[in-house]
Ligand binder design. Structure first.
Ligand SMILES: Nc1ncnc2c1ncn2[C@@H]1O[C@H](COP(=O)(O)OP(=O)(O)OP(=O)(O)O)[C@@H](O)[C@H]1O
Ligand SMILES: [Mg+2]
Length: 313
């Protein structure tokens, strides 16, 4: 009974990871949801927001990161025995219901992917490389999550900036995507580019994923003295023209030095400093998120990636 949500934006440094870890923490801690964060970025920011570098080095030595799971999907090597359950860390930051599938500084080797796809094409007697590629893109992240998906109410996929293979595969495994953004002109371009690419992705895969992923909403993290910026009003007006009100989160995450400082303690700010403006905003963002999800699930009726749950109860 699971919703999968990707947090994505072509643009870097817009607050994707900060939003992912704080939102997930609030959903587990304040709403009793069983939440899995999946770190899909080789910068491993989500992982290092939730565990120390020393702990990360240890699990990496033990081969308990996403890298091994991706590698297993690429190479049919019996020596690669790590299962997704073995890689998942539970009770992250001592929060009941908060789990993490740690990322890695190295996720896949382009050469190995090409080799594998080429081998498959020969095995299947298929010369249509594009079909093989699309199949791999479609199933990579979904097949990794499949064995454990039923254990969660929500799986949140923290995507890297840009639009790489893993991001596309994450989007195809998701029911919804959430766009963290800054209300700046360049951010607007990032949103438009992402929207265009996702609709193309959906078109390519329309046979097996007719409508999903759907946009859940755009959530803004503000920076500096944004309200006095002459761009702020223009950008917001433009977004209001392009997107319905329901798709824009009302909660805005304010600039708050405690949010960035929290990374030093490897704990989300909602845990390390719950009284601050940033933390309070994440708390209300989580409430709005659940409302939007309940509404979107009714309206969009996304096809089941795994088995879909109702969040009304
Ligand atoms: N509300 C906030 N107040 C202050 N600093 C913030 C806030 N939100 C995020 N930051 C800081 O801004 C920086 C970028 O945030 P974050 O890493 O979440 O962005 P991102 O979009 O995930 O970046 P990337 O594209 O590199 O993955 C980080 O140093 C983070 O601590
Ligand atoms: Mg990030």
């Amino acid at each position: 009974m699971t919703f999968v949500i990707a947090t994505a934006n072509m643009k870097g440094g817009v607050g994707k990871t900060t939003l992912t870890v704080n939102l997930a923490t609030c959903l587990a801690k304040n709403h009793g949801k069983k939440v899995l964060i999946v770190d899909l970025d080789t910068q491993i920011s989500a992982t290092l927001s939730l565990m120390t570098p020393a702990d990360f080095a240890k699990i990496r030595n033990e081969k308990r990161t996403l890298r091994q799971l991706i590698k297993r999907s690429i190479l049919s090597d019996p020596q690669l025995t790590t299962t997704v359950s073995e890689a998942v860390r539970s009770y992250v930051c001592n929060v009941k219901g908060l789990d993490l599938l740690p990322g890695d500084i190295d996720l896949y080797d382009e050469y190995l992917v090409s080799e594998m796809l080429h081998r498959k094409a020969i095995q299947q007697g298929q010369v249509n490389f594009e079909t093989i590629w699309n199949g791999f893109e479609k199933t990579l992240i979904q097949s990794i999550l499949q064995p454990i998906a039923k254990n969660y109410d929500l799986i949140i996929l923290d995507c890297a900036p840009g639009y790489n293979l893993i991001t596309r595969s994450a989007l195809l495994a998701s029911n919804f995507y959430l766009i963290p953004a800054k209300p700046e002109p360049l951010s607007l371009i990032g949103i438009q580019l992402l929207e265009r690419r996702i609709s193309k992705l959906k078109e390519t895969h329309k046979e097996d994923t007719p409508s999903a992923p759907n946009l859940l909403g755009i959530a803004f993290s503000l920076s500096g003295n944004v309200f006095s910026s002459r761009y702020y009003g223009q950008v917001m007006r433009r977004l209001n023209e392009d997107f319905s009100e329901a798709k824009l989160f009302k909660t805005r995450i304010p600039p708050d030095v405690n949010v960035s400082r929290a990374v030093d303690s490897f704990t989300p700010v909602v845990l390390s400093n719950p009284g601050t403006a940033g933390s309070k905003a994440f708390v209300s963002l989580a409430e709005e998120f659940l409302q939007k999800l309940a509404t979107a699930a009714r309206i969009d009726q996304p096809p089941s990636k795994f088995a879909l749950a109702s969040l009304d109860d």
